[in-house]
Design a protein around this ligand. Structure first.
Ligand code: SAH
Ligand code: SF4
Ligand code: F3S
Length: 476
C-alpha cells in the first residue's frame, strides 16, 4: 500500500511530464477546412469518448460544428444497452439519410457500442453508413477517414486489452460547463448475464493515474469545479506502477484527485456493490470535496434472480453494504439502477426489489424493463419469459415507489443547510440559480449579488418535490 504523502510526492514530480506528453501527442493543426458533427447516446463514458474523438479529429483537418447541416462528416456515438437504444440510433440514421440526399458528399460514421456489436452487418444493413469504428478504435480515425473520403467504406472494431487513451486530453464539447467527466478505466470483466457491455467494450483496463490527475488539474485551471471519475466498475480500478510494482487502488486514486484543489468536487460512477471497499467510504468521509453520494446499482432485490444475473451478491449482502455506507457516512445519498422482469422473475421475487428499495432509502434511481440482448449469457442460457406487459407493470410499480422514496428523501432535507455548487440559471427563472449539493441533489434558490456559476454558497432547504429542492442562501 502506498502512503498518502508518498503519493503526493510522486504526483508533483510526474504530473507536469504527463501534461506535456498529452500536449505533444494531440496537437491541433490550426484552422480547419472541414467540419464534423457528433451526436452521443448512452452512458457518460460514451459522451466522454466523443470528446476523445473530437481531440483526435483536431489533429486532422476537421473542426467541430453544432450544426448538422453544415457538416462534412456526421458521427454518431452509439449505445446497445437495451433494444430501444439501438432503435433510437436507427431512427437517427434515417434522418441522416435525408441530409445525405441533399448533400451526397457528406460522410456518415457510426462509433461506439452498436458499431462494436454489429460490426460489418451495420455496413451491410445501413447503406448510408461509410464508417464503423468501435470504442477502442478512435486512434485509427486519421487512417479511416481518408479511406471514406476516397469513397470506400472504413471499419475498425478491434477491441484492445491495453487502450486507455491516457495520453489524449479530451476536447470538451460542452461550452461553459463547470462539471466534467474523466474516464479512469475502460471495459468490464464482470459478465452480468444480461449485459452487452463486456462484448462492446472488452476487457477491463485501468488508466495510468498521473494522466488522470493531469486531466483533473487541466479542468480545474479551465474553471471546472466538479469531476466525475468514470468506469463501468470504478471500485476495481487497479494500476500497478511498472517500475516500483506498487499498486494504486480506487480509494487511493480518489484521494489523489481530491488533492488537486479543495474547490474541485470529486464524484465517481459506477460502483459495483461487490467491490466497493471501506477504504472508499473512509476517503469520502475524510475529504470534504469527495461527494457524499454513491450510485450503487441493485438490479434486483431477490437473491435467486441476482444469482441468475451473476451479480455475485445476494439481498443480505447488498443490504449490509448499504448499512455500512450509512454507518460510515450518515449523510450519504445512495442511488440505484433497477431492472424488472428478468428471466423467470416471479411476482413474489419482484416484491423483493420493492423491499430492498425501501430498506436502502434511495435518493434517486434509474429504472428499466429487462431487454434481451443478442449474444449475452442470459440470451444464450435463459428464456426471456416474462411477458412485456408484466415487465412494464412491475416497472411502473418500481417507478411509483421510487417517486415516493425520492420525495421522502427530499422532505428530510427541509431545514438543513447544504454547501451548494452553483451550476447556472435555474430552468424556470433567470432570477434563480440552480446548484447541486454534495448528495447530488439539484437545488433552486434566489440569486444574490456577487455570486456566479462555479461559486460555492450555503443554502437552507425550504421545500422539496420528488425531483428538486428549493432553498435560500444563508450565511454560515
Ligand atoms: N456498469 C454499471 C451499469 C452499466 S449499464 C453497473 O454495473 O452498474 C447501466 C444500467 O443499464 C445497468 O445498471 C442496468 O440496470 C441497465 N441494463 C443493463 N443491461 C440491461 C438490459 N439488458 N436490459 C435492461 N436494462 C439493462
Ligand atoms: Fe454490465 Fe455488469 Fe459490467 Fe455493469 S458490471 S457493465 S452491468 S457486466
Ligand atoms: Fe451503452 Fe455502451 Fe455505455 S452499451 S451504456 S454506451 S458502455
Amino acid at each position: 500500500m502506498l502512503d498518502r504523502n508518498e503519493i503526493k510526492v510522486n504526483l508533483n514530480k510526474e504530473i507536469d511530464e504527463s501534461i506535456q506528453g498529452s500536449a505533444l501527442k494531440v496537437k491541433s493543426t490550426g484552422p480547419k477546412s472541414k467540419k464534423f458533427y457528433i451526436e452521443s447516446y448512452g452512458c457518460a463514458m460514451n459522451f466522454n469518448d466523443s470528446e476523445i474523438v473530437a481531440s483526435v479529429l483536431d489533429t486532422m483537418d476537421y473542426g467541430n460544428t453544432q450544426d448538422i447541416n453544415e457538416a462534412d462528416l456526421i458521427l454518431v456515438n452509439t449505445c446497445s444497452i437495451r433494444e430501444k437504444a439501438e432503435e433510437t440510433i436507427r431512427k437517427r440514421l434515417k434522418y441522416y439519410d435525408i441530409i445525405k440526399k441533399k448533400n451526397p458528399n457528406v460522410k456518415i460514421g457510426v462509433l461506439g457500442c452498436m458499431a462494436e456489436r454489429m460490426k460489418k452487418t451495420l455496413l451491410d444493413d445501413e447503406k448510408i453508413v461509410d464508417l464503423v469504428a468501435g470504442p477502442d478504435a478512435y486512434r485509427d480515425l486519421p487512417n479511416l477517414i481518408p479511406v471514406i473520403e476516397g469513397g470506400e467504406k472504413g471499419m475498425n472494431v478491434f477491441l484492445s486489452r491495453v487502450e486507455t487513451y491516457d495520453d489524449i486530453m479530451p476536447k470538451r464539447l460542452d461550452t461553459g460547463g463547470i462539471a466534467s467527466f474523466i474516464s479512469i478505466m475502460r471495459g468490464c470483466d464482470n459478465m452480468c448475464t444480461f449485459c452487452v457491455v463486456p462484448f462492446t467494450r472488452g476487457r477491463e483496463r485501468s488508466r495510468e493515474p498521473y494522466s488522470i490527475l493531469a486531466e483533473a488539474e487541466d479542468l480545474f485551471r479551465k474553471g471546472y469545479r466538479e469531476v466525475t471519475l468514470l468506469g463501468q466498475n470504478v471500485d476495481s480500478y487497479k494500476w500497478i506502477n511498472p517500475e516500483t510494482k506498487e499498486e494504486m487502488t480506487f480509494a487511493q486514486l480518489l484521494v489523489l484527485v481530491a488533492g488537486v484543489h479543495p474547490d474541485l468536487r470529486v464524484r465517481f460512477s459506477t460502483s459495483h456493490p461487490k467491490d466497493i471497499t471501506d477504504d472508499v467510504l473512509y476517503a469520502i468521509r475524510d475529504h470534504e470535496n469527495i461527494c457524499n453520494y454513491i450510485h450503487l446499482p441493485l438490479q434486483a432485490g431477490n437473491s435467486r434472480i441476482l444469482e441468475l444475473m451473476n451479480r455475485t451478491y445476494d439481498q443480505e449482502w447488498y443490504l449490509n453494504k448499504v448499512k455500512r455506507i450509512y454507518e460510515v457516512i450518515p449523510d450519504c445519498a445512495i442511488s440505484s439502477d433497477m431492472m424488472t422482469g428478468f428471466c423467470s422473475e416471479t411476482e413474489e421475487e419482484h416484491q423483493d426489489t420493492l423491499y430492498v428499495m425501501e430498506q436502502a432509502q434511495y435518493s434517486m434511481a434509474y429504472m428499466f424493463a429487462y431487454s434481451e440482448r443478442p449474444g449475452t449469457p442470459a440470451q444464450k442460457r435463459f428464456d426471456d419469459d416474462v411477458p412485456e406487459e408484466i415487465k412494464q407493470k412491475r416497472l411502473s410499480e418500481v417507478i411509483r415507489l421510487q417517486r415516493q422514496l425520492s420525495f421522502a428523501h427530499n422532505q428530510r432535507d427541509i431545514g438543513k443547510t447544504f454547501k451548494v455548487l452553483i451550476e447556472g440559471n435555474s430552468k424556470r427563472s433567470d432570477e434563480d440559480f440552480k446548484g447541486r449539493t454534495s448528495q447530488n441533489k439539484v437545488v433552486n434558490f434566489a440569486k444574490k449579488e456577487g455570486l456566479k456559476k462555479g461559486d460555492y454558497t450555503f443554502v437552507k432547504i425550504i421545500s422539496g418535490t420528488s425531483a428538486t429542492l428549493r432553498g435560500e442562501i444563508v450565511n454560515v
